[in-house]
Design a protein around this ligand. Structure first.
Ligand code: MTE
Length: 320
C-alpha cells in the first residue's frame, strides 16, 4: 500500500511544539504525592488528569544498573517527553496533552498463545513479581532522530520466565490497547491495535527491556504508560507502547508499520547507518536534546550484545 500522507514521524523538528505550560501543571500534580486523589481544578487541563495516584510510584527512582550506560549527556526530560510518536493520540510530535486521556488504571496484562497456561494479571500485581532497575539507553527512531534516556523497568526475559512459554514458541508479539473512544487516532484506517514482535532470542537478550519508568518516575503517558517495550538496537517503531497483551506464537508477527508499508518497514528493523530508508539516509541522526547531527552507529552501538543473534540470517532483510 502506498501511503502518500506524511506521517508524524516525518515531521521536521521545527514543527514540534514544546508543551512547557502543560508540564508546569504536571509537576504540580506530581508534587501532590502518592495516595492523594488528584482532582481537576481550574488550573488543570481537565478531567482527564483526575485519577488515583500511581500505586507503583514508590518503585522509582529505581537503582541504576551501571552496566547499561551511555557516555553522552542525557536528553533533557522536557525534550524526551514532549517530542513523541504515539499515533493513537495524533500524528504530530505534540501528543502530550492528547495522551493524558490514556487511562492507565485498572490495567490488565494478558499473556497467552503458546504458554503453559494463559495469564491475566493486573499491572500493579505484575510489578510485584518483576525486578525493577534503571538503565541508560540510546533510542533511535527510523526517522533519523535520537535521544538518550534513563528508562526504569525490567528485562523482558523476566516476563518471559513468568509467562512459561512452550518450547515450540518462536516469537513474542506485543499489542497496544484498542480503544478508539479513548484514543481518537484509532479511528483512522491504520491497522489497530499497534503491534510488534521479536524472536524468542531477541526477547530474552539481556538488553531487551520493558520500560515502566522514565527519569526516575512512573513512565509518562505520552511515552507509553504503564509499560512499553524498549529494544535499543532496533529502530524505535519496534518499541510498542502501552502494552496489554503478550502473545507467544510460532508465526512471525507482522507489525503495524510492516502491515502498512512493507516496502519500508520490516520485521527485523535493526539500526544500520549504511542501509538507507527508501526515502532518506540513515547515516546520521539528529540528537533532539542538543540538535546536533551525529553519526548513526551499527546496531545503535549495541553490536557487542546483539550481533551474534543475526549470524546465519544474512539473507534476511535485517536492517529496515
Ligand atoms: N507504540 C504505539 N502504540 N504507537 C505508536 O505510534 N510509535 C513508535 C514507538 N511505539 C508508536 C509506538 C515509534 S515510531 C517510536 S520512534 C517510538 O514509539 C517513540 O517513543 P517515544 O515517544 O517514547 O520517544
Amino acid at each position: 500500500m502506498l501511503i502518500k500522507r506524511r506521517r508524524g514521524w516525518e515531521l521536521k523538528e521545527s514543527e514540534a511544539t514544546p508543551e512547557a505550560v502543560f508540564h508546569g501543571r504536571r509537576r504540580v500534580v506530581q508534587a501532590l504525592g502518592a495516595g492523594a486523589i488528584l482532582s481537576a481544578g481550574p488550573g488543570f487541563a481537565g478531567p482527564a488528569l483526575a485519577q488515583w495516584a500511581d500505586p507503583t510510584a514508590s518503585l522509582y527512582p529505581a537503582k541504576r544498573n551501571e552496566k547499561y550506560t551511555v557516555k553522552e549527556p542525557l536528553t533533557p526530560e522536557e525534550t524526551a517527553t514532549t517530542y513523541n510518536n504515539f499515533y493513537e493520540f495524533g500524528t504530530s510530535k505534540s501528543v502530550v496533552k492528547a495522551a493524558q486521556a490514556l487511562k492507565t488504571r485498572p490495567w490488565t496484562v494478558k499473556i497467552d498463545g503458546m504458554v503453559e497456561k494463559p495469564i491475566e494479571v493486573a499491572f500493579d500485581e505484575l510489578m510485584k513479581a518483576m525486578p525493577v532497575e534503571e538503565r541508560l539507553y540510546r533510542h533511535r527512531c527510523v526517522e533519523a532522530w535520537s535521544m538518550k534516556v534513563p528508562w526504569s523497568g525490567f528485562p523482558l526475559k523476566a516476563l518471559v520466565d513468568y509467562a512459561k512459554p512452550l518450547g515450540s514458541a518462536k516469537y513474542v508479539e506485543m499489542f497496544t490497547f484498542n480503544d478508539p473512544k479513548m484514543a481518537p487516532g484509532q479511528n483512522s484506517f491504520y491497522p489497530w491495535p499497534y503491534n510488534e514482535g521479536l524472536t524468542m532470542a531477541e526477547a530474552t537478550n539481556e538488553l531487551t527491556f520493558i520500560s515502566t519508568g522514565l527519569y526516575g518516575k512512573p513512565i509518562h503517558k505520552q511515552n507509553g504508560a504503564p509499560l512499553r517495550l524498549t529494544v535499543p538496537w532496533k529502530y524505535g517503531f519496534k518499541s510498542v507502547k502501552s502494552i496489554v497483551r503478550f502473545n507467544f506464537t510460532d508465526k512471525r508477527p507482522k507489525g503495524f508499520w510492516e502491515q502498512l508499508q512493507a516496502s519500508e518497514y520490516g520485521f527485523w528493523a535493526n539500526v544500520n547507518p549504511e542501509v538507507s530508508h527508501p526515502r532518506w539516509s540513515q547515516a546520521q541522526e539528529t540528537d533532539i536534546g542538543t540538535q546536533e547531527k551525529i553519526p548513526t552507529l551499527l546496531f545503535n552501538g549495541y553490536g557487542e550484545y546483539v550481533a551474534d543473534l543475526y549470524k546465519g540470517l544474512e539473507k534476511e532483510r535485517l536492517w529496515a
